[in-house]
Write a protein that binds this ligand. Structure first.
Ligand code: SAM
Length: 162
């Protein structure tokens, strides 16, 4: 497959997963955490498909398209090893969806981040919350949910908190 087709498929799968996650939390009141602003693509999509939800965004730096930067009140700027615990403390039992897209090229670092996120998140999650992620994250108290049709296994990961 050409690299162009590969990128298109990866982004289509990501969009399908975000759309599915938004459907899965319908009927569950709660805020959204977007972990990994990057250039703001997925943040922009999440706010488009969930205009009525408050979205809080995490990144260690701002490198997003100017139109895709949240206001200061919705931005946790810094290393998630510091900012995520603060957010979990602030949003105890209020989070309906977490989208985590912080994968790097470093497998060991990815595993460390995934483990940290999984251990840190639970107190913030409402019953029925979805954790959608680009890396496999084991979140205590959650079960695996199937991916949307057509999204390859291990391309994305869905967990539901019960
Ligand atoms: N979802 C984004 C989009 O669609 O544009 C792409 C996110 S990009 C793949 C990953 C982001 O995670 C980068 O912007 C990086 O700075 C951030 N990141 C990685 N490790 C981090 C950490 N420990 N703390 C805060 N941000 C981190």
């Amino acid at each position: 497959m050409s690299r162009l087709n590969s990128v298109i498929r990866r982004l289509q799968a990501q969009r399908d997963c975000l759309n599915a996650a938004a459907e899965m939390i319908k009927g569950h009141d709660g805020i959204v955490l977007e972990v990994g602003l990057g250039n703001g693509r997925t943040f922009d999509h999440l706010r488009e498909i969930m205009p009525d939800r408050e979205i809080f965004v995490f990144d260690r730096q701002i490198a997003a398209h100017p139109k895709c930067i949240p206001d200061d009140d919705h931005l946790f700027l810094g290393d998630i090893f510091e900012t995520l615990p603060m957010a979990v403390e602030r949003f105890k039992g209020k989070v309906a969806l977490v989208h985590s897209d912080v994968g790097t090229g470093d497998e060991a670092l990815n595993a460390k981040i995934a483990s940290f996120i999984g251990q840190t998140l639970p107190p913030a999650l409402i019953n029925g919350a979805i954790v959608a992620s680009d890396q496999k994250i084991d979140v205590p108290g959650t079960i695996t949910e199937p991916l949307p049709e057509g999204v390859p296994q291990d391309r994305y990961f869905f967990r539901r908190y019960q």
